[in-house]
Ligand binder design. Structure first.
Ligand code: SAM
Length: 233
């Protein structure tokens, strides 16, 4: 039970939704797809039918053991147990019903990976955070909107999962715009810990100078990324 909670094991039980996720991923026979969270494998065989190769990773060894038996006929499927967000393999398309507690880490990790696009399922509140504007923005909103074009595909009610989570979910399409590195991402997070200060005072913390008296909330996303780049120079 504890493991289930920690790993966000709420399994999708709607074949129809699984098919729509795979269809939205626009996979061709040239694509290598990374799926994080094999789970009970509702998406995995559908992905195998479309792509050149699937790498499907789950942190739960038992689920990978089961999938190895159930999907042994698919020659284009590579199943791995472990932390999917440490994957070093290259991929062109990302597909994941994300473990909810890992959603922020997943976006930060994906911002550093080179790929074309992805279909992700996240909690409704997290999806809103990603595209939040002005004072509702967080560091993750700046990172996500700099790294990706984000398009909402559909809402998914919690009763489409077993066991059902407490909240509803949203399917998003993320299309890669810009790669970011780890230092840039952590500097943007650091800037947000000083969000009530002026740019002038934030730069002072890093022994840099400017005359800009604006606060973080008054900057555009690009201006915040440029401020982080200036700090890192
Ligand atoms: C929300 S479930 C989705 C499972 C399946 N794709 C589905 O749609 O039913 C999330 C899955 O991610 C796995 N998981 C959690 N943390 C992980 C990690 N760091 N790396 C890989 N898989 C992880 C869980 O064990 C679980 O199977």
């Amino acid at each position: 039970m504890i493991k289930r909670k920690l790993l966000g094991q709420h399994f999708l039980n709607s074949k129809e939704i699984a098919e729509s996720i795979v269809s939205e991923a626009k996979i061709t026979k040239n694509d290598i797809v990374l799926e994080i969270g094999t789970g009970l494998g509702i998406l995995t065989p559908l992905l195998c039918k479309k792509a050149k190769k699937i790498i499907s990773v789950d942190a739960d060894q038992n689920l990978i053991k089961k999938a190895r038996i159930e999907f042994s006929d698919f020659e284009n499927l590579v199943l791995k147990s472990g932390d999917g967000f440490k994957t070093k393999d290259s991929f062109s398309i990302f597909v994941s019903n994300l473990p909810y507690s890992k959603s922020k880490d997943a976006i930060e990790w994906l911002a550093q990976c080179s790929f074309s696009h992805g279909i992700i399922m996240v909690q409704k509140e997290f999806a809103e955070k990603l595209v939040a504007k002005s004072k509702n923005r967080r560091a993750i909103s700046i990172i996500a909107t700099y790294a990706f074009d984000i398009e909402k595909i559909s809402n998914v009610r919690k009763n489409n999962f077993s066991p059902p989570p407490k909240v509803d979910s949203v399917i998003l399409k993320i299309t890669k715009k810009d790669n970011m590195d780890k230092k840039l991402i952590s500097t943007i997070n650091e800037i947000f810990s000083y969000r009530r200060k002026t740019v002038k005072n934030i730069l002072k913390q890093f022994n840099k100078e400017t005359v800009i008296e604006k606060r973080v909330d008054d900057l555009t996303g690009d201006e915040i990324v440029n401020l982080a780049k200036q700090i890192l120079k």
